[in-house]
Design a protein around this ligand. Structure first.
Ligand code: ADP
Length: 196
């Protein structure tokens, strides 16, 4: 599992690390965004919260992750990105994993100070249909709210998983490759030959 504030680089690292480990990266933010673009019922519901920088209610999110974890490609392992984000989600995740006969091996907290997060998020652009666009929730006022929500609702997960002996804190300042190397070292998994 990857834990860390918005802008810490979870999405980027999740793709690389999941690729190296040969497991799917399961990102609740990506699943929500796909539903928003597809204008599904879930997407319409989630968009209101996302645009405000608030968390989508647990009952929506937890059921969605539970379904995703039960898919065949997650049987041999998975990397969670952006979930859980509240202690209640973490507790429900524990129950879902027990039912599936799964468990968490490690929780990696990407640590970046708040000034740097604001800089990264306000400068972030994504390539959509050949054009660079700003994510709706990367607007300054929404960024401030997301960071506040992180501090209040998500940051306590660090202590929660530390108490379970699962937490590794990773300094997430530096190049993408440097951060990936630190993560792989924390996982005790050497890079595969031929990987860049
Ligand atoms: P970031 O980590 O940069 O905030 P994400 O893509 O993970 O970006 O999340 C974007 C938004 O999607 C969040 O601000 C929130 O509204 C919603 N979201 C994502 N994951 C969850 C979750 N586990 N619980 C509730 N809401 C979530």
């Amino acid at each position: 599992m990857l834990l860390g504030p918005p802008g810490a680089g979870k999405g980027t690292q999740a793709q690389i690390i999941a690729g190296r480990l040969g497991v799917p990266a399961i990102s609740t933010g990506d699943i929500f965004r796909a539903n928003v673009s597809g204008q599904t019922e879930l997407g319409v519901k989630a968009k209101v919260y996302m645009d405000a920088g608030d968390l989508v209610p647990d009952e929506v999110t937890v059921a969605m992750v539970k379904d995703r974890l039960a898919e065949p490609d997650a049987k041999a392992g998975f990397l969670l990105d952006g979930f859980p984000r509240t202690i209640a989600q973490a507790e429900q995740l524990r129950g879902s994993l027990e039912q599936l006969g799964q468990h968490l091996d490690r929780v990696l907290e990407l640590v970046v100070e708040e000034d740097e997060l604001v800089r990264r998020l306000s400068g972030r652009r994504m390539l959509v249909d050949g054009e660079w666009v700003q994510r709706d929730d990367d607007k300054p006022e929404t960024v401030r709210r997301r960071l506040e929500v992180y501090r209040e609702q998500t940051a306590p997960l660090s202590g929660f998983y530390e108490g379970e002996g699962l937490l590794s804190r990773i300094d997430a300042i530096g190049s993408i490759e440097e951060v990936t190397d630190r993560v792989m070292t924390a996982l005790g998994t050497p890079g595969r030959p031929g990987d860049s």
